[in-house]
Design a protein around this ligand. Structure first.
Ligand code: AGP
Length: 606
């Protein structure tokens, strides 16, 4: 949420900052801005809306400088507007900020008393005035340390100074921040993706650290101001996976990539010859784990819910699932023999990270399932299982969801085997079916024409329901979330068996309802629930798998049949039509599919 970039160089930096802001737009896109230092003056250009608007404004302003900071915003304090857009500047200092300053109201009162005047409604502006105030008496480093000590909340900061012609300060607490190294220039960025076109040499700031960037040097400090040594990491360069290619939207590309990402992930974790799972250095023995706690947010939380079904069935362990933003504030009893699994595509989600941090502080076993292996969550967990999906740029998570489910399934098989809870033959069968999964998901992709014909019924409606039982219930939640976030249609995922306990009252003539009824152990029950909603006037889109058995129900509006596979793996196949349903519904409405309103890809505020 919010993207930061900073460049100090011996060349002009404006164009490179704009290019990096484009890469960071997935983090926020309600306004954007840039500030540079030129001939001892801080100049800024800001605008409401996307980076494209900022670029147009820049062309009129002739902003120059060898040092600069830029920002894309996802509003927290203050409406999206030019005045609230970052950077925020005084005559002496300019600041870009990602995060929330929780004590900004108190600090603002104190600063107003000292004679400072505020222009915006943001929490960020207190940082500008605090530094300006401290610089009256103290040197730069001391002023920064004093300012950081005053702030409560989470932040990543980029700061430039009128009197420091070559210098950028970066600081982080809670929100991520990376430093990049280039020839005669150095960079600051919210993530390595923003810096990738300029460098593949990166370091990450740890929580509480700050750094001083000059064009030919970088120094890191801890929260007491002591110097810290940093490793420089080399990033693999695969620029192609960051491009849309011939696709209209990243989301369409990412949906289509799913067979490949499944194949890559299976190849990474499953040994085809020995029919074994390749998770070699798993740090814990079977008798050290007696329960599992799965934690995530949004789509990642849904994959945790599915994980629960697999872990319970295969490992015979006690399994609980938690939403990270709830877990972190509850009085949780930490268990030494529990395995806490954190699921996150970005690996930067603030609540998931805070939940992990809490677990680490309580010295319990932590493992993460992430897409971004350089992320904070990956770096802070004891054991990491990457999902090997490649970059996911569309705000709506698609291929990462399948990747998260796949890794959780593979891990549940691994633990089931460790605990001797699974019969050898069944284990081998389950491993074998993983090798066919990629091909089978390919067939689920061929549902476009049917989905395109039904999606007009989901476009202008009061609301819709997505129903499923067992493994299909979390998929129903995920299908409803996708329709909400992309087509801005109210949709609810519900356990099909719960309908008659209240929500059945919502069903009215012509309401589109998606029923997920793959032929698993719940099939007949779900079909009965489907009949109940049809009887009350619902138009049912049934998603099931192919079978010779007739479906004993009349008046189904539309039916989509995915391929057959083992019951465990059917969730992968029935998810894809739901992703397409949300995509085409949003497309029909002409919405911005990759950047839905009010949202951002990486939720780095709580
Ligand atoms: C899903 O489409 C989302 N946009 C959102 O729910 C997302 O899954 C959630 O914010 C968690 O993100 P993470 O996986 O990066 O932690």
């Amino acid at each position: 949420m919010c993207g930061i970039v900073g460049i100090t160089s011996n060349k002009q930096v404006t164009n490179s900052i704009i290019n990096s802001l484009r890469k960071l737009e997935y983090r926020g896109y309600d306004s954007a801005g840039i500030a540079t230092l030129n001939n001892g003056h801080i100049n800024e250009v800001k605008s409401e809306g996307r980076v494209d608007v900022l670029e147009k404004n820049l062309s009129k302003s002739n902003l120059k400088g060898n040092v600069g900071i830029g920002h894309v915003r996802w509003a927290t304090h203050g409406v999206p507007s030019t005045v609230n857009a970052h950077p925020h500047s005084s005559e002496k200092v300019s600041v870009v900020h990602n995060g929330i300053i929780e004590n900004s109201t108190i600090l603002k009162k104190y600063l107003i008393k000292k004679g400072h005047q505020f222009k915006s409604q943001t929490d960020t502006e207190v940082i500008v005035h605090l530094i300006t105030e401290y610089l009256k008496k103290d040197d730069l480093k001391k002023s920064i340390l004093k300012m950081l000590k005053k702030l409560h909340g989470s932040f990543a900061l980029g700061i430039i100074f009128k009197d420091e012609p070559d210098l950028i300060i970066g600081a982080r607490r809670g929100s991520p921040l990376a430093v990049g190294y280039g020839p005669n220039e150095n960079y600051l960025g919210s993530d390595s993706y923003a810096l990738k076109s300029m460098t593949n040499k990166i370091s990450y700031l740890n929580d509480g650290e700050f750094c001083i960037l000059k064009k030919d040097s970088v120094e890191f400090f801890d929260q007491k101001g002591n110097k810290v040594n940093k490793k420089i990491l080399k990033l693999s360069s695969n620029e192609q996976s960051y491009e849309k290619g011939d696709y209209k939207h990243f989301m369409a590309k990412e949906i289509d990539e799913q067979p490949t990402t499944i194949k890559n992930c299976v190849n990474e974790y499953v040994d085809k010859i020995n029919k074994e799972i390749n998770i070699f250095n798993f740090p814990w023995k079977a008798n050290e784990i007696s329960s599992v706690v799965l934690i995530g947010c949004g789509t990642a939380y849904h994959s945790c819910l599915i994980g629960k079904y697999w872990f319970e069935k295969l490992t015979n362990l006690d399994v609980t699932v938690d939403i990270a933003s709830e877990f972190r504030y509850r009085r949780v009893k930490f268990k030494k023999d529990a395995l806490y699994i954190f699921v996150s595509q970005s690996g930067e989600t603030a609540d998931t990270f805070a939940a992990l941090d809490l677990c680490n502080k309580n010295k319990v076993k932590t493992c993460s399932v992430v897409n971004v292996v350089e992320s904070s969550i990956a770096r802070e967990s004891k054991f990491v299982l990457p999902i090997h999906c490649g970059p996911e740029i569309g705000v709506a998570s698609t291929k990462a969801f399948l990747g998260q489910m796949l890794v959780l399934y593979i891990l549940s098989l691994k633990i089931a085997k460790m605990r001797k809870e699974i019969d050898k033959k069944i284990y081998q069968e389950k491993i074998n079916s993983l090798f066919d999964l990629s091909k089978l998901t390919n067939n689920s992709l061929e549902t476009d024409s049917k989905i395109q014909s039904v999606c007009s019924s989901f476009v202008n409606i009061k609301g819709s329901m997505f129903l499923g039982r067992g493994l299909s219930f979390p998929i129903a939640l995920e299908g409803a979330l996708k329709l909400k976030e992309l087509a801005y249609v109210h949709a609810e995922g519900y356990p099909a068996g719960e309908m008659k306990h209240g929500p059945l009252a919502l069903i009215e003539e012509g309401m589109p309802v998606v029923v997920l009824a793959p032929r698993d152990e719940y099939y007949k029950k779900t079909i009965s629930n489907m009949q109940e909603v049809i009887a009350r006037g619902a138009k049912v889109l049934l998603i099931t798998n192919k079978s010779k058995d007739e479906i004993h129900s009349e008046n189904i509006w539309e039916k989509i049949e995915v391929e057959n596979t083992s019951e465990d793996l059917l969730p992968f196949l029935i998810t894809i039509p739901l992703q397409k349903l949300a995509y085409y519904s949003a497309f029909k409405k002409g919405y911005d599919i990759d950047k839905p309103r009010n949202l951002a890809k990486s939720v780095t505020v709580e």
